[in-house]
Design a protein around this ligand. Structure first.
Ligand code: MG
Length: 446
């Protein structure tokens, strides 16, 4: 006897904060003391399989409660949905959430509300992949191009990418996918590490971690820059000496500069051979990025972790403003919108090197990069996923890094589920960690 239609019965939310500011992990020129946090959402249903969908967005501490409230504002759109229909077409939910005319006023398609949509939509993708018994990268790579195109909202894109062009890219992208899949499973996807280069680390720690990264098989590291030029010159020199001439050294200003300042500063660091300058100025400044790019070559310009939707990526690419597209799994409206961004990058011939780190961003975005390799770009050349070695222990299926590469995840889903004991300990402010702090609202442990 068939079961009655299974429906979504709950959208649980959690405000999870980790006290990373104590060690200055994650510190950069604009974010000196982040407490890496996740606004975490869990979809439950009355299906007999008991499977849940997990999703989250990343914040850096204060305001994570605002992010959680935004996710809760979407609850009415999700409860009662038919699980089968939802998982067969996550794009329909994505469109409904973006089209809520009252919530749309808070964006549109940007900021807290859009990131909340991303968390919920990604939870649906996690559930869909679990039900299919596949890791998300494989679900996407196995999907028919027509279905993938149907998942994308082409509104505001068709002057740069039409559904027909997207279909053509996906059909071509599949050629040779079988061989690439075998290589992916054997070797993994190349990673680079940002762990040596946080701005709050002293020179000894920087040198030690940079040398260790090379020993661990990484062919690229990244340094935070932009607070003080003399310090940056000294740190870049130390890093270059530690890694040698052949390992790529990327630098990241986290939006610190005006356009002219970005050009001057990047040129001043050019002697250390930086591979890219990341987020040199405001993420909204399309023309500024284009000017910087034309002025600092051969240093490449990279951005994307704060580009709030597909329309921004479209403009950056149309303006010739980026050499590297840095998708983020939890900044835009979920997997569906990232499919659009991957195809835009392919359309303009720009490599995608995903942003990761934070809380669980490595776990999520590896799936999108692997899909890109298998079914869109067909290449790992000049493509690397960021890796940061913090907080993975809080996830049930953490990333596996082997010889500077991400191993392809094999567990069904989007690798988004957190350990229940971590949720209990780091829920803010009532979890056991924060409850033991004298004043958790100050964001620091005693
Ligand atoms: Mg960055």
């Amino acid at each position: 006897m068939s079961q009655a239609t299974a429906r979504i019965t709950a959208l649980d939310t959690h405000d999870i904060r980790f006290p990373t500011s104590r060690e200055l992990d994650g510190s950069d020129a604009m974010n000196p003391d982040p407490d890496y946090s996740a606004a975490y959402a869990v979809l439950r249903s009355d299906a007999a399989d008991g499977l849940e969908g997990h999703g989250f967005t990343f914040t850096i501490g204060r305001g994570n409660d605002v992010q959680v409230a935004a996710i809760e504002a979407l609850r009415g759109h999700v409860l009662g949905r038919d699980v089968e229909e939802l998982c067969a077409d996550p794009g329909s939910l994505s469109r409904d959430l973006v089209a809520d005319s009252q919530l749309r006023w808070l964006g549109p398609e940007k900021g807290v509300m859009h990131m909340a949509i991303g968390a919920v939509v990604n939870a649906v993708w996690d559930l869909a992949a679990r039900r299919a018994g596949k890791p998300l990268w494989q679900l996407l790579a196995d999907a028919e191009p027509e279905w993938l195109v149907g998942q994308i909202d082409f509104r505001y894109l068709t002057d740069a990418l039409t559904p027909e062009e997207a279909l053509g890219l996906l059909r071509r992208g599949r050629e040779g996918a079988g061989d690439r899949r075998a290589r992916l499973l054997e070797r993994g996807f190349p990673a680079y590490t940002t762990s040596p280069g946080w701005l709050g680390y002293d020179d000894d720690k920087l040198r030690r971690l940079a040398a260790q990264a090379v020993t661990d098989g990484f062919r690229q590291i990244k340094l935070k820059v932009g607070a003080d030029l003399a310090d940056d010159v000294r740190r870049c020199r130390a890093a270059r000496a530690a890694v040698g001439p052949d390992v790529r050294l990327a630098i990241d200003a986290n939006q610190r500069w005006n356009v002219d300042e970005a050009i001057r500063w990047t040129r001043a660091l050019a002697e250390f051979g930086p591979y890219w300058i990341e987020e040199p100025t405001s993420p909204d400044d399309v023309l500024g990025h284009a000017r910087i790019r034309h002025a600092v070559g051969p240093v490449k310009v990279a951005a994307g972790e704060h580009l709030h939707n597909r329309v921004m990526f479209k403009q950056m690419l149309q303006a010739g403003a980026l050499d590297i597209v840095q998708i983020d799994a939890a900044r835009v409206g979920g997997v569906n919108e990232n499919l659009a961004i991957l195809l835009l990058a392919a359309r303009f011939g720009v490599p995608v090197c995903p942003h990761a780190g934070g809380v669980g961003l490595c776990e999520l975005v590896q799936h999108l990069a692997m899909f890109d390799y298998l079914a869109v770009s067909g290449s790992t050349e000049d493509r690397v996923i960021e890796y940061v070695d913090h907080l993975h222990e809080h996830f049930l299926t953490p990333v596996v890094i082997r010889d500077g590469h991400y191993s392809a995840p094999t567990a069904p889903g989007f690798s988004a589920a957190m350990r229940p004991e971590s949720v209990a300990r780091y829920t803010f402010p009532g979890g056991t960690y924060w409850a033991a702090c004298p004043d958790p609202r100050k964001g620091r442990a005693a």
